[in-house]
Design a protein around this ligand. Structure first.
Ligand SMILES: NC(=O)C1=CN([C@@H]2O[C@H](COP(=O)(O)OP(=O)(O)OC[C@H]3O[C@@H](n4cnc5c(N)ncnc54)[C@H](OP(=O)(O)O)[C@@H]3O)[C@@H](O)[C@H]2O)[C@@H](O)CC1
Ligand SMILES: [K+]
Length: 511
């Protein structure tokens, strides 16, 4: 498995929140320069793993505290016998606070430090002879695109092909969004402090960071109590409390009953993938609701999943008048149009925990407001599972980075949102958001989304609330994808869930 599910907390801090963590720590009696010393030493520990003894290291330092960490690392690495050159992009006179102090403590011979224009002139020669570049240009304080000479430096670093160790973030990556501002360093490894930031998990930042190391520098975890982060890494630490543990005395009727709506005769497979996944995810019973023309094909393919014919105008209302149906999935292979809209309306009016996927979303492209008002009428969790194309169709007015868009869309629609992709974001209407990072690239295959929707429906059937069910489902789906490996087809996922669930339940059982 790829995820360290024992991660002690699931919090991600934006650069602004991280600044607050620093300030709270400093107010608590630890000097800023002490934090910087610890940060610099963490950079040293990472650097020595990347080079051999006596290697030549170029440290690029910006005008703020990110550069300050670089000065500390320069001092320690020089004392350890590495060949160190420091390139400071501004003039040393303009350094302030802890960064100035760190510069003054550095103690390198003047010829090993190049400032401003002089540094730029020396850069090609320095890049030629280094074994490692340490990027201390910009971290949390980046607030605008890289331009001009700074952009040229970053581009030259990337073109050199030399390994880069980034301090906190690769310079040019926005820590809140993972977006590249102008240009950005491509690192082999990134050392960040205290906890990860959204920009380490969201693309393109995730790719530009290389491997991320989180170092502790003396900030106490109780600052989370003050900051109350609303952004999380999607890991078991986030939703373990809401996991539907099987009870010894439970039986299939206590684990909920999911209904999955099938498409017509030529498009039934997607719903069956969803139904099988709902059953694997632990729903006690799963019924496939099928149009009459698809009964035979569905019947030929189902064993543990039950089948019910859905006919007549009030078929959905009639079906859901049975209170035992605890969750519903509609959309995969269901078809786009007025019929789908009225089925969705009947489901949401019946106030059942609901997953709306694929065609159930696209059917509201012209009238998204109508969908949102129905969601708000529904007295149970609703989860929408759009990929980027579907998202653009139902939230055309929502712009910005992926995290911000998912949050805003969840608030607008009143539903929990799973905005799918390599860095799936799960957002709740109450403002919480989680970023997923265990999905392998081979999960992007036909039917994979139907399985994800099915897992979510299976968890909702057991009474898990919307945000937690969505986070659990996305994580389980990713882990199942890792177990199957390259060559995965959607049919492989539900069987692979067995192994994921076994490991998870064993670990949760251990306490
Ligand atoms: N005690 C602590 O806080 C600790 C912090 N730590 C470290 O500090 C880092 C945060 O430090 P920071 O806040 O000083 O910000 P930083 O990333 O160095 O950049 C700010 C400078 O860049 C400038 N600037 C921004 N964008 C620019 C652009 N596009 N192009 C050009 N210039 C640009 C901006 O200049 P100005 O806007 O004033 O022109 C400003 O001078 C954090 O990532 C971590 O490494 C650790 O030591 C642990 C303890
Ligand atoms: K950096």
């Amino acid at each position: 498995m790829t995820t360290d599910w024992r991660s002690p907390h699931p919090f991600l801090l934006s650069p602004t929140e991280m600044g607050r963590a620093d300030r709270l720590t400093i107010e608590g009696g630890i000097a800023g320069i002490e934090l910087m010393e610890q940060a610099g030493r963490a950079v040293v520990r990472a650097a020595v793993e990347l080079v051999s003894a006596g290697a030549q290291i170029l440290i690029l330092c910006g005008p703020g505290n990110n550069g300050g960490d670089g000065f500390i690392a320069a001092r320690c690495l020089a004392a350890m016998g590495y060949g160190i050159d420091v390139l400071l992009i501004s003039s040393a006179d303009r350094l302030k606070g802890d960064a100035r102090l760190a510069f003054e403590r550095m103690g390198l011979p003047a010829e090993r430090i190049a400032e401003g224009q002089e540094g730029q002139k020396r850069l090609p020669m320095l890049l030629d002879s280094v074994d490692l570049i340490i990027d201390g240009l910009f971290g949390a304080g980046l607030d605008r695109p890289l331009e001009g000479e700074i952009k040229q430096i970053v581009d030259a670093v990337n073109d050199s092909g030399k390994p880069v160790l980034a301090i906190d973030l690769p310079s040019g990556v926005n820590g809140a969004s993972g977006q590249k501002l102008g240009s950005a360093v491509r690192a082999q490894r990134t050392v960040t402090f205290f906890c990860e930031k959204p920009g380490h998990l969201l693309f393109p930042g995730r790719e530009l960071c290389g491997a991320v190391v989180v170092a502790q520098i003396g900030i106490r975890p109780d600052v989370f109590g003050d900051i109350r982060p609303q952004t999380f890494e999607n890991a078991p630490a986030l939703w373990r409390h809401a996991w539907p543990m099987a009870s010894q005395q439970g039986h299939k009727y206590t684990k909920g009953h999911a209904v999955v709506f099938s498409g017509s005769v030529s498009s039934t497979g997607a719903a069956r993938l969803g139904a099988a996944a709902a059953l694997r995810a632990g729903a006690g019973l799963v019924t496939l609701a099928s149009p009459p023309d698809a009964m035979m094909v569905n019947a030929c393919h189902l064993t543990a999943v039950m089948l019910k014919k859905l006919a007549g105008e009030k078929a959905v209302q009639d079906l859901l008048s049975d209170e035992r149906y605890s969750s519903v999935l509609i959309g995969p292979g269901f078809g786009i149009g007025a019929g789908t809209r009225s089925s969705v309306e009947a489901i949401l009016r019946a106030s059942r925990a609901t997953v709306l996927d694929a065609d159930a979303l696209t059917s509201f492209s012209e009238t998204p407001e109508h969908l949102f008002s129905l969601v708000k009428l529904c007295d149970a969790p609703v989860v929408l599972t759009p990929h980027e194309g579907e998202f653009a169709r139902i939230f055309p007015q929502v712009e910005g980075d992926k995290l911000a868009r998912a949050r805003l869309a969840a608030r607008l629609s009143g539903a929990t949102l799973i905005l799918k992709g390599a860095d799936t974001v799960i957002a709740s209407p109450d403002g919480r958001a989680a970023i997923n990072h265990n999905a392998p690239p081979w999960l992007a295959t036909a039917g994979s989304g139907d399985v994800l929707a099915g897992i979510t429906t299976g968890l909702l059937a057991q009474g898990v609330s919307g945000f937690e069910a969505a986070c659990q489902a996305v994580w389980l789906h990713g882990e199942a994808g890792n177990i199957v490996g390259p060559g995965l087809i959607a049919e492989d996922l539900a069987p692979a869930l067995k192994e994921v669930l076994r490991a998870l339940v064993d670990k949760f059982g251990e306490g």
